[in-house]
Ligand binder design. Structure first.
Ligand SMILES: NC(=O)C1=CN([C@@H]2O[C@H](COP(=O)(O)OP(=O)(O)OC[C@H]3O[C@@H](n4cnc5c(N)ncnc54)[C@H](O)[C@@H]3O)[C@@H](O)[C@H]2O)[C@H](O)CC1
Ligand SMILES: [K+]
Length: 523
């Protein structure tokens, strides 16, 4: 599914209205219905009666407020006790929003215009009593921070016990960046219209939006699938389409051979975990190249892989090139970095790998750190073979010679710019990992949870991407498959453990189950 910025969303809306003649009021009405359906799901689990339950609708002066007023009217018709808190003079509402105000005023719902302290008590009482609070203060039109009067109410909403449903985007979250200046509505559910907005996946947006429901509100599919929109969110459907199908007569030779260059003294576990991620992702043959000083340990910990000791007691050194080159000759993919340590001698080997090895190469962890400050070496690979980089924000900052804050405030743009510059797929890790392609496409990965914030999970991801590459999946799709299934495995573990306490090795071991659950939904 595509993800849009505000300009793209406005263009889509405009085209639906102009080219298809869909009245804007109808879009607003459909938007309201989508919200009502989610409220029903939240309050009475799809069935049952909303009658008698209490709703408070926070309404702003723009069209987001108009959506809220239409929701309010429908909820009155469902028999709910509805209170609208309007954060604007009635005369400030224009067009469809003004019409929806008039329609609401024709119902038995209550309306309070909030101008200052005067209405504070009544509003506070309504919020405390509410079963559901609908946030229709600001949508994609918000610029900068919320007005301070509204901020006070936002804090009350965030402390209320009601189910909070945001209309289009939580108010206070900037739709293009996910930036929150001081505060924003913390929603349980965000019902977003047409297509999801960038801000739901960037900055602090993911913290505030809760579960995201997307409703097309009758905008024609052709507009929602406009080729010029190049930002996407990964979904079960996207991933199902790119999962390779195993041939009945397949064998270890056809399932791909991958080389993993990893490990150093004290970090043999990283090689083992990456190897486990690869094997659990279905690789045919896995060969691990690791320093001779730890090769025995690695070998003993991962019986299914073959282990090749290479020169270097504690960490791979400049003489390890020959072993790697020999193994790589017959491989379909190579991954370098987990637990490698930063032996400067190995920097030369890395350069050689980038220049001469033609199969897809994944660079992670210390391989990225060895290139920090010398990112021109990455460009030395341009045209020599496919490349994937899997930096976390710290590694990305070192590669780009900037701060982590710079990376985090500019994730999408930076990932895309660097992907183009390095002619590489960039997997910029984070709570919402971004997979950026040199062709300008970017994919947000919504799977995963904070339980992944523990040592070794990144190694598992690298191994998994290696395995998909070895099985013949393209670099971009291998990165998407790797990231999505890795997050799904963690989400599956979170069903049992919550957001902490599961292990990187358990994430690896859950990969086949989540892959299988997607396959079973095939056809
Ligand atoms: N996308 C669609 O197809 C549809 C969208 N709908 C809804 O419409 C809103 C967007 O409406 P818009 O009127 O453009 O913007 P807002 O409602 O978000 O309000 C903007 C309003 O507020 C002023 N403003 C902006 N920033 C600030 C600030 N920091 N402080 C104070 N005031 C501010 C601005 O000047 C405007 O007056 C979209 O999100 C959907 O919910 C349709 O209803 C259905 C079709
Ligand atoms: K909103």
């Amino acid at each position: 599914m595509r993800v849009v910025n505000t300009e793209q969303m406005r263009q889509i809306e405009e085209r639906a209205i102009q080219q298809y003649g869909i009245p804007s009021m109808l879009l607003m009405e459909n938007a309201a219905w989508a919200v009502v359906e989610e409220i029903r799901r939240c309050l009475v689990q799809n069935e049952g009666d909303l009658a008698g339950l209490k709703a408070v609708i926070l309404v702003g002066k723009g069209n987001n407020g108009g959506d809220g007023l239409a929701v309010a009217r429908h909820l009155v018709l469902q028999g709910m006790d509805v209170t609208v808190l309007l954060f604007a003079g009635t005369e400030q509402l224009k067009g469809d929003a003004a019409l929806n105000l008039r329609l609401f005023q024709g119902t038995t719902g209550k309306l309070f215009v909030i101008e200052g302290e005067k209405q504070r008590l009544v509003a506070r009482f309504a919020l405390a009593q509410a079963d559901v609070i609908v946030d229709a203060l600001y949508g994609i039109g918000l610029r900068g921070a919320l007005p301070s009067l509204i901020e006070e109410y936002v804090n009350e909403v965030n402390n209320a016990s009601a189910c909070v449903v945001s209309v289009d985007i939580p108010s206070g979250v900037e739709a293009n960046t996910g930036k929150v200046y001081r505060t924003a509505i913390r929603a349980q559910i965000t019902v977003t219209f047409g297509l999801p907005k960038w801000g739901l996946f960037l900055g602090e947006g993911p913290i505030y939006c809760g579960r995201v429901a997307v409703d097309p509100i009758s905008i024609p599919e052709a507009f929602l699938e406009d080729e010029s929109i190049s930002t996407y969110v990964l979904t079960d459907d996207t991933i199902r389409e790119i999962l390779p199908i195993r041939h009945f007569k397949g064998h270890k030779g056809t399932h791909g051979k991958g080389i993993l260059v990893a490990g150093s003294k004290g970090m043999s576990g990283a090689a083992v975990l990456a190897g486990r991620g690869a094997l659990r992702s279905g690789i045919g043959l896995l060969q691990i190249v690791t320093p001779q000083g730890i090769a025995k340990d690695v070998d003993a910990s991962i019986t299914e892989a073959t282990v090749w000791p290479a020169p270097g007691e504690d960490s791979l050194n400049e003489e390890s090139w020959e072993v790697i080159a020999r193994q790589a000759e017959k491989a379909q993919a190579l991954a370098i970095g987990p637990g490698l340590a930063q032996n400067p001698g190995f920097g030369l080997v890395l350069e050689e790998i980038l220049r001469t090895i033609s199969c897809p190469v994944v660079l992670d962890a210390d391989a990225l750190n060895l290139l920090a400050g010398e990112s021109s070496l990455i460009e030395a690979r341009n045209g020599r073979g496919p490349l994937i980089l899997t930096p976390h924000p710290g590694e990305m900052a070192r590669l780009c010679q900037c701060t982590v804050a710079d990376v985090e405030s500019n994730r999408l743009d930076l990932a895309l710019t660097k992907a183009a510059e390095w002619e590489a797929v960039v997997v910029l890790k984070g709570s919402v990992t971004i997979v950026a392609s040199p062709d300008g496409r970017a994919f947000f990965n919504p799977s995963g949870n904070p339980g992944l914030g523990t040592g070794g999970t990144g190694d598992v991801l690298t191994g998994s991407i290696l395995a998909w590459l070895a099985q013949g999946v393209s670099p971009l799709e291998a990165a998407c498959l790797g990231a999505y299934l890795h997050g799904k495995a963690a989400d599956d573990l979170a069903e049992e453990y919550g957001w902490s306490g599961f292990l990187a090795s358990e994430v690896a071991d859950r990969l086949p189950k989540v892959r299988r659950s997607l396959e079973l939904k095939l056809g």
